[in-house]
Design a protein around this ligand. Structure first.
Ligand SMILES: [Fe+2]
Length: 234
């Protein structure tokens, strides 16, 4: 179903009752529009759209206009439904291959960028570069064990013939960790002016900022899919 058809079917009653999660999962265009409007789809997906809009100070009429505009946009490149697998096992396999593995690689690669960049720009821009690196390392230090716990405990628990009693608790703790990661992502985004390339940037600094921007996107996707697709199944 095209996004424009979906929007016209969003009756007043549905607008008042639908959750952010359900709307964001309908089409990536809606998700992008909600995020742009300041409505958090990753960690606030369970909220009703109406309440989330109030929290973000977006008037209902304005939000309806935003959604109507979003429905008229072309499909989001890469915003396909490839995570929609026919079984939980395949979904988790998809997650391992297209989320966990690339994230480990990304963390290792970004760390390496800082060494030559500090050598070249450390004297003039060492304070800000150190701050970026420190914030990045906090994310990596928190996220790597998070991924490892998901692989060792969470995913096997979802696949167990008899789900363990603490499955919901395992999800709740991962959700808390997601919140903490989101806070750190907001900080690094603010520090880098949303990954805007600084005027002094050489090719390596440009590449670092691009990597950080991509990391931000990957982590938000990880959090969105787990909070809104995986955890509700616990
Ligand atoms: Fe996670």
């Amino acid at each position: 179903m095209a996004a424009s058809q979906i929007e016209t079917e969003l009756s007043t009653e549905e607008f008042n009752t639908i959750s952010v999660r359900d709307l964001a999962l309908r089409d990536p265009r809606f998700r992008l529009a909600l995020e742009k409007a300041g409505i958090d789809c990753c960690c606030g997906g369970g909220c009703r759209l109406k309440d989330a809009a109030k929290e973000a100070a977006v008037p209902p009429d304005e939000l309806r206009r935003i959604l109507r505009d979003a429905a008229e946009q072309p499909a989001v490149p890469g915003g396909n439904d490839d995570w929609k697998c026919d079984s939980l096992e395949r979904f988790l396999e998809y997650f391992m291959n297209f989320h966990h593995k690339p994230l480990y690689e990304k963390f290792s690669r970004i760390e390496l960028y800082f060494i030559p960049i500090m050598e070249k720009h450390g004297r003039e821009h060492g304070v800000e570069l150190n701050a970026f690196q420190h914030e990045f390392q906090k994310i990596a230090t928190e996220m790597v064990p998070h991924l490892q716990t998901e692989e060792a405990k969470l995913f096997p628990a979802f696949l167990a013939p008899e789900p363990p009693e603490d499955l919901a608790d395992l999800c709740r703790r991962r959700e808390e960790e997601h919140l903490s990661i989101r806070r750190k992502l907001r900080r690094i985004a603010a520090m880098t002016c949303h990954y805007r390339i600084p005027p002094y940037a050489c090719a390596a600094v440009e590449a670092l900022f691009e990597e950080l921007r991509e990391l931000d996107k990957m982590l938000k996707e990880h959090i969105f899919l787990q909070n809104n697709v995986l955890f509700p199944r616990a």
